[in-house]
Design a protein around this ligand. Structure first.
Ligand code: 4AD
Ligand code: MG
Length: 460
């Protein structure tokens, strides 16, 4: 095939240039003796206007062309008289590569996000989802760039695992046992004959293995898929999502928060500088003022508050919350949103949570009641980052595991890291989809991942 010029490059080309583009017709408008085809190939938000005239051999066919058809167009760029585009393509030859008829579901009119979820296999061809998935791709690259620039080692932690890092019992089971006739021992499924010789599942976090690598390489990060069988049907939870987890040796909670803030602001700056056209679209069609909001964020210092102070702020609030507010209870999204939207008016670190509501690996503070935890909360989305300084003291972490009912034998390898060469270390997890929601204004996690997995949904 002859070289395909991306539409992004064609739109930046000079009048007179001869080129071949390939893409899908977004709209087809036939007028008197001319047909305009808006051709999009996903390389950028904008479509290229193709001008087809009756001299073309297949003009009759083109004038009846259906939205969604795949085309190859060869022609010359000419200065465009139409507003909003510098050039258009005067077609010399148009090949209909793959036609689409009127049963194609994405006809011109705007569709609701709910409807588009039912055709997730086609929605990447819409304006909104084209923009979302381009931003997603750019952000994934920016994440690697951020850590590479700072000398962090990229480690791949396992997806199949025998540990439940967060201890919340949300592991999806992985097994090759015959589900109709599983082997039993004392009335329970006996996994000793299973593929791995023990019960395994899909990882809920790469943190524990990440810690092992931080204690060898100093600064590391993981970035991969994460799975949680939590049956919560909310706009912020998916059963399969991506998480970025940096881990730093010789670092404490404040170092951790500093990294999280630098990271978050870097990503804000990055989308402003590199995804401008898509952001402008979100600003005008999804969330008014988005570009300005992200711009402010990229330049601001984040607030920090003790968990205890956050509780006092919430108790002072004149609004009524659905969930109770009391020292010792976890913050719900409504509380997180109140704090960031009404109290600080921007991102907020809440630090030092009660130990009872946090995972076993967090470092105990001297007050005996709290742990060195840190959540970054943002307006609209709530918790976007969860992190902590880790308990590096063998006796304390072993005791904590006992209290919450985690058998030390199952994590002997993790405890070894506290046995030899242990040191203060800290890290966090950023939910990649929540980041994309925050930076695009999209309000449902199902709309920022191409093929979302949520309770009862894994069709495509
Ligand atoms: O707060 P979480 O559970 O923390 C951890 O997993 C730690 N092991 C991370 C670490 O310290 N290395 O999850 C981290 C982030 C949350 O703040 C949230 O953004 C996202 O992951 N997250 C989810 N995103 C989408 N769907 C879900 N079901 C999510 N659960 C957590
Ligand atoms: Mg959390």
């Amino acid at each position: 095939m002859e070289r395909r010029t991306r539409i992004k490059d064609a739109l930046a080309g000079q009048p007179g240039a001869e080129l071949t583009v390939r893409g899908w017709a977004r709209t087809v408008r036939s007028g008197k003796g001319v047909t305009f085809i808006a051709l999009n190939d996903g390389s950028c938000f904008a479509s290229l206007q193709v001008v087809a005239e009756p001299v073309l051999a297949n003009y009759e066919e083109l004038a009846r062309l259906g939205t969604g058809s795949a085309l190859r167009v060869t022609g010359a760029l000419v200065a465009s008289p139409a507003a909003g585009q510098a050039v258009e393509l005067a077609a010399r030859e148009v090949e209909i590569v793959g036609p689409a008829d009127e049963s194609y579901p994405l006809q011109k009119k705007r569709h609701s996000f709910e409807y588009l979820r039912t055709i997730a296999h086609l929605r990447p061809r819409t304006n909104t989802f084209g923009a979302v998935f381009r931003v997603r791709s750019m952000l994934a690259q920016a994440i690697h760039r951020f850590f590479a620039e700072r000398g962090f080692l990229y480690v791949h932690t396992p997806i199949i695992t025998a540990n439940d890092c967060e201890g919340a019992g949300e592991l999806f089971r992985v097994t090759t046992l015959d589900m109709a006739r599983p082997p039993l021992a004392d009335g329970e499924v006996d996994y000793s004959g299973d593929f791995f010789g023990q019960a395994t599942g899909l990882t809920v976090s790469g943190q524990l293995e990440g810690e092992l690598c931080a204690l060898a390489f100093g600064d590391i990060y993981t970035f991969g898929p994460t799975f949680r069988a939590e049956n919560s049907n909310t706009p912020r939870h998916a059963a399969e999502f991506w998480m970025v987890e940096p881990e730093m040796a010789f670092a404490d909670l404040m170092d951790d928060a500093a990294l999280a803030e630098e990271f978050f602001r870097y990503l804000c700056r990055f989308v402003l500088d590199n995804c401008r056209e898509d952001l402008e679209f979100f600003d005008s069609h999804v969330e008014k003022g988005l570009v300005e909001r992200i711009g402010r964020l990229a330049d601001s210092a984040f607030a920090m508050m003790e968990y205890g102070d956050a509780i006092r702020e919430l108790q002072k609030a004149t609004v009524t919350f659905e969930y109770p507010v009391e020292w010792g209870l976890d913050l719900q999204t409504e509380h997180e949103r109140y704090l960031t939207e009404q109290v600080t008016g921007g991102p907020l670190f809440v630090v030092n949570y009660p130990r009872e509501i946090k995972a076993f690996y967090m470092r105990q503070n001297d007050d005996g009641k709290t742990v060195a935890a840190m959540d970054l909360l943002v307006p609209k989305v709530g918790e976007i980052i969860g992190g902590s300084q880790r308990e590096e003291r063998l006796d304390l972490i072993t005791a904590r595991m006992g209290e919450v009912g985690i058998a030390p034998e199952g994590l002997w390898w993790y405890l070894d890291s506290r046995r030899w060469g242990s040191c203060p270390h800290a890290g966090f997890g950023l939910g990649f989809e929540r980041l994309i929601m925050y930076l695009t204004g999209m309000e449902n996690i199902r709309d920022v991942i191409p093929f979302p997995r949520t309770p009862r949904h894994a069709e495509f």
